[in-house]
Write a protein that binds this ligand. Structure first.
Ligand SMILES: [Zn+2]
Ligand SMILES: [Zn+2]
Length: 375
């Protein structure tokens, strides 16, 4: 094993990603080094690239959801489910770490995803502190990080195809409190929306409607379990309202899941929910600007329940793994990860993701398109 580890570093907003060399980290007790097999480029990475998230300590090594093989362990080390981990295990980890367990968010409000101490691999960990991101040949798993063996039935491409979108979708479905035979509308057919469709289908929804774009993602939305899909650019809000009402006894849907990240989607989602329905907003991870709401017509008189959904907790990570173990063979999460890029082609991957030329870009950090010579 080499002492030289290459990583793709995002130096700052608007600047190209560049390859940098890191020393192999010294491992304190309770830590591990993960040889990265797969990471991903998600919508958050595109936002990071443009500086749309506040409090990001650039330069960073992006790639918050990743998987690989445990190359070195300073153990004994137990996984997040309590089982012993060994060198050579295929493993994945929960990207959120350092949640304090002592602040008001953690203890009083029981909203640990709003803990101010919380850090996230690939997003809020600085490259100056080491290999805290999956766009790297190896990831440093510090003591306390939640690590899990990847079930034998789950390929790295299944896990990363679901990726952060699947973890988020598990939390979204929890917030949606889905009941048997609920009708569901999913706004947005990116990684979060596609996994939300699959989980709503597995969770007992009756009719599932998806609104999104482009055509390839709408086809994938059907494969994930949507009954009806609407191209957001090829139909009008009025046409979609008529269609949704026709499918729901004229009422609107029981549950709307927003995974579109557009201010206009909020306005439409409030209208398409039925009286007494539920609306979970999960797509506004960055500020998409104000939506205009008629509180009388769209909230109060409708007796509507609106919930936000921020981040995920260790339980969502483990539940995502359980879903994959049972359903990766029948739900096409793998198809979400459409193309795999070498470590030194991340600028292309970000541009392709932003232009929606692909559903999701995967990263294989062990591959370099160009030979990198030692200095
Ligand atoms: Zn806390
Ligand atoms: Zn992500």
């Amino acid at each position: 094993m080499s002492d030289r580890i290459l990583a793709a570093v995002m130096p700052g907003p608007g600047r190209p990603v560049e390859i940098r060399e890191f020393a192999r980290p010294d491992l304190p007790a309770g830590s591990a080094l993960l040889r990265t097999a797969r990471s991903e480029v998600c919508g958050t990475d595109v936002h990071l690239w443009h500086g749309r998230l506040s409090g990001v300590p650039y330069p960073i090594v992006p790639g918050h959801v990743s998987g690989g093989t445990l190359e070195a362990i300073r153990g004994p080390l137990r996984g997040i489910d309590g089982s012993a981990l060994r060198e050579g295990d295929r493993a994945v980890f929960f990207d959120v770490h350092r949640t304090c367990g002592r602040c008001r968010a953690c203890t009083v409000h029981r909203t640990p995803t709003r803990c101010p101490s919380r850090r996230v691999y690939g997003i809020t960990d600085p490259a100056a502190e080491g290999l805290f991101g999956g766009w790297s040949q190896a990831v440093y798993l510090e003591p306390g990080v939640g690590i899990a063996r990847l079930p034998d039935a789950v390929a790295f491409d299944d896990y990363i195809g679901g990726g952060c979108g699947l973890l988020t979708a598990v939390h979204v479905l929890e917030r949606a409190a889905l009941r048997p035979a609920d009708t569901v509308l999913v706004q947005g057919t990116g990684a979060v929306g596609l996994s939300a469709i699959a989980l709503a289908r597995l969770g007992g929804a009756s009719t599932i409607v998806a609104i999104g774009a482009p055509a390839a993602r709408l086809a994938l939305a059907r494969a994930m379990g949507a009954d009806y899909v609407f191209d957001v650019d090829g139909s009008t809000p009025g046409q979609r309202l008529d269609a949704v009402r026709a499918l729901t006894h004229g009422e609107g849907v029981d549950v709307v899941i927003e995974a579109a990240g557009s201010a206009r989607a909020i306005e439409e989602g409030l209208t398409l929910a039925r009286d007494g329905g539920r609306y979970v907003v999960a797509g506004h991870y960055t500020d998409a600007g104000p939506s205009s709401v008629n509180a009388h017509q769209q909230i109060n008189r409708k007796h509507l329940e609106i919930r936000g959904c921020w981040g995920s907790e260790p339980g969502h990570f483990l539940r995502a793994l359980s879903y994959l173990e049972r359903y990766a063979a029948s739900v096409p999460w793998k198809r979400i990860g459409e193309r795999t890029y070498p470590l030194d082609r991340l600028n292309d991957a970000l541009a392709d993701a932003e232009a929606m030329r692909i559903t999701k870009a995967l990263v294989d950090p062990s591959v370099l398109a160009q030979h990198v010579s030692p200095e």
